[in-house]
Design a protein around this ligand. Structure first.
Ligand code: TYM
Length: 342
């Protein structure tokens, strides 16, 4: 895709798993940034359903959860005039490139991944091969589209580093300086919102898999739920509010959330809140969260039950994604010496 000057736009690729409820960590760490940057780039956003089965999943809800995430992309403001939305499993090249890359990288690159270690502990003896391979599938998602930039939250940084290591290894072994096999992507991680913390423990990341729903604000939470969660969230007994005090992680997190929901600058938030107590601040945060999420929820309601529309978006997105991905897959097959499909 070109802009008005005829220059090709850089390409963005990112995705969210259709697991659990989308929370404001996912929103501020990823989707909001996709929306804000989308007119500068040529964008592909996938619903990464193959990643969702790397931990035990419910087959009865996977398809509906996939629709929900696609509808939320649209409700949050993804614009189809410059962005493509598709479902990962609709493009078989993701699985195929994963296999090719699996055969080219050492096992210890994967066993050393922080997220694997964290999630593997939770799975105990039942930890699946798919969980170990999760980062290779993620690399395939990115590399199939020759993505220049990958907007994600802080927790995905190590996966991006692995992707870059894979690129260097494959290019070194199978490419030439003139003809590279894979393109090296850059992570795009914003300073603010890249790591939203749990409402019940400011030292832990807000997460879909936390057993307590009180630990997160979900994008689709009702005003009453938001009010209740903010009311019950962990604070501290210190008077006055401040950013960046390592002894007060909850304070930094809640002020950051207020800044993100309200759209105010950090300086304005400091000025407004520095002398407040929690009793004064919590209703402000609640109101800002409700006001920010309400229009998204409204658009979501309009879209999610329109299956014909969602299907047409995903069908068209899948067609475009397949075209690009299959071209790259053939390039990799060729570089690896395969007899190409006849
Ligand atoms: P998922 O669904 O677990 O997370 C989706 C996005 O949300 C970000 N995120 C957060 N950001 C800030 N604070 C938090 N507490 C928080 N929790 C989650 C994640 O960093 C992510 O950007 N592995 C990816 C999905 C994926 C992907 C890809 C991303 C699969 N293939 C290719 C980019 C490119 C993930 O973590 O999904």
């Amino acid at each position: 895709m070109s802009d008005l000057t005829g220059m090709a736009k850089q390409r963005i690729l990112s995705g969210v798993q259709p697991t659990g409820s989308l929370h404001v960590g996912n929103y501020f760490g990823a989707i909001r940034n996709w929306v804000q940057g989308q007119y500068e780039y040529d964008n592909l956003f996938c619903v990464v359903d193959l990643h969702a089965i790397t931990v035990p999943h419910n087959p009865a809800t996977l398809a509906q959860d996939t629709y929900t995430i696609a509808a939320l992309y649209l409700a949050c403001g993804i614009d189809l005039s410059c962005s493509t939305i598709f479902v990962q499993s609709h493009v078989s090249a993701h699985s195929e490139l994963t296999w090719l890359l699996n055969c080219l990288i050492p096992m210890n690159w994967l066993t050393d991944m922080i997220q694997f270690k964290e999630k593997a502990v939770k799975q105990g003896e039942n930890v699946g091969v798919g969980l170990l391979d999760y980062p290779v599938l993620m690399s395939s998602d990115i590399l199939l589209y020759d993505a220049d930039k990958v907007p994600v939250g802080e927790d995905q940084k190590q996966h991006l580093e692995l992707t870059r290591d894979i690129v260097d290894r494959v290019n070194h072994q199978f490419g030439t300086p003139k003809e590279l096999v894979l393109k090296r992507p850059e992570p795009l991680i914003r300073a603010e919102g890249a790591r939203v913390m749990s409402l019940t423990d400011g030292s832990k990341k807000m997460s879909k898999s936390d057993p307590s729903d009180l630990s997160r604000i979900n994008v689709l939470d009702s005003p009453e739920m938001i009010q209740q969660k903010v009311k019950k969230c962990k604070t501290d007994p210190i008077k006055g509010l401040e950013f960046g005090n390592p002894e007060r992680p909850e304070c930094t997190n809640l002020l950051t959330l207020y800044m993100l929901f309200s759209g105010k600058s950090k300086d304005d938030v400091i000025e407004e809140c520095q002398d407040m107590g929690w009793g004064q601040f919590k209703p402000l945060l609640t109101e800002a969260a409700i006001a920010h999420l309400q229009p998204i929820q409204q658009r979501y309601k309009e879209i999610v039950d329109d299956r014909a529309y969602l299907d047409s978006v995903l069908r068209e997105g899948g067609q475009k994604a397949n075209e690009i991905a299959n071209r790259t897959l053939n390039r990799v097959r060729k570089a690896l010496g395969f007899l190409l499909p006849l």
